[in-house]
Design a protein around this ligand. Sequence first.
Ligand SMILES: [Mn+2]
Length: 323
Amino acid sequence: MQHDVFNGDADGLCALTQLRLENPCESKLITGIKRDISLLERVNANPGDHVTVLDVSLDKNRDALTTLLDKGISVHYVDHHYAGDIPQSKILNTNINTSANVCTSLLINQELSNKYSQWAICGCYGDNLIKTADALSKNSHLNERQRNNCQSLGTYLNHNGYGGSLEDLHFHPEVLFKRISKFSTPQDFISADRDTFKKLESGYSDDLERTKDLQPHYQDTYCRLFLLPDAAWARRVSGSLSNQLSNQIADKAHAVLTEKANGDFLVSVRAPLNNKTGADDICRQFPTGGGRKGAAGINNLKASELGTFITTLSSTYKRNAAL
Ligand SMILES: [Mn+2]
């Protein structure tokens, strides 16, 4: 039995889509909202089964991974998040690269020698790796319409993964995977399944529309910080808004804080696009923080720690700017 474990964002979806176009098979799908990354513990596998893991940190899944390997279950692990110590095992095959301009869809694209590169491009745009995606579009000789379609779909798929729970999402990522993975390119999906594409598109634009008059709660030379209310649209929009803000001012860091029912905050941090470092270090200074150099988050920032967070954000990028 094959088990496919993947992050419910564009990158996870586009990575698995490439793999299943190349090796079609019935598999058990294990996924969730973008922030639900402890996925491996949900795999119910037997000796002889094979597990593929895409776009979730090995560091957050190490115990479950070790348990699977000890049971004789082989694992192919492809990711670009912080991994920490990687277990040594003959039945574990890893492809992990934490460079700031790499994503999982791109690693799979390399494994498959560019065979489904439009899906990789879509995943790169989803992870806001615009330059990487533009370069691969050029190398793959996409015309402007094809490139635009990859960018739109990647952006919308990424947006769909955000939310506090599956109830906040427009589509369950598992449903989206089944719909998109039937098509060899994003182009073909968009032409054939208009209803799904339109719903993804309006989900994205309606949520972002609500933020158009939003003013920074804090800003200085190095960073901007925005607060969003405790509402489903706000939980969905935090990632897309962070990407949009970063793309607007490439030399500032950005933080978007969404208020939670308990009064604390869900935090999304983006390093300056021109200097993709430090986002993970900032977030890891708080108990529920983690992520990558360019993009990171904190699942629960105590309301009382807001001041400390702002100071940490600003001083980190002030220091980085001086380097
Ligand atoms: Mn990713």
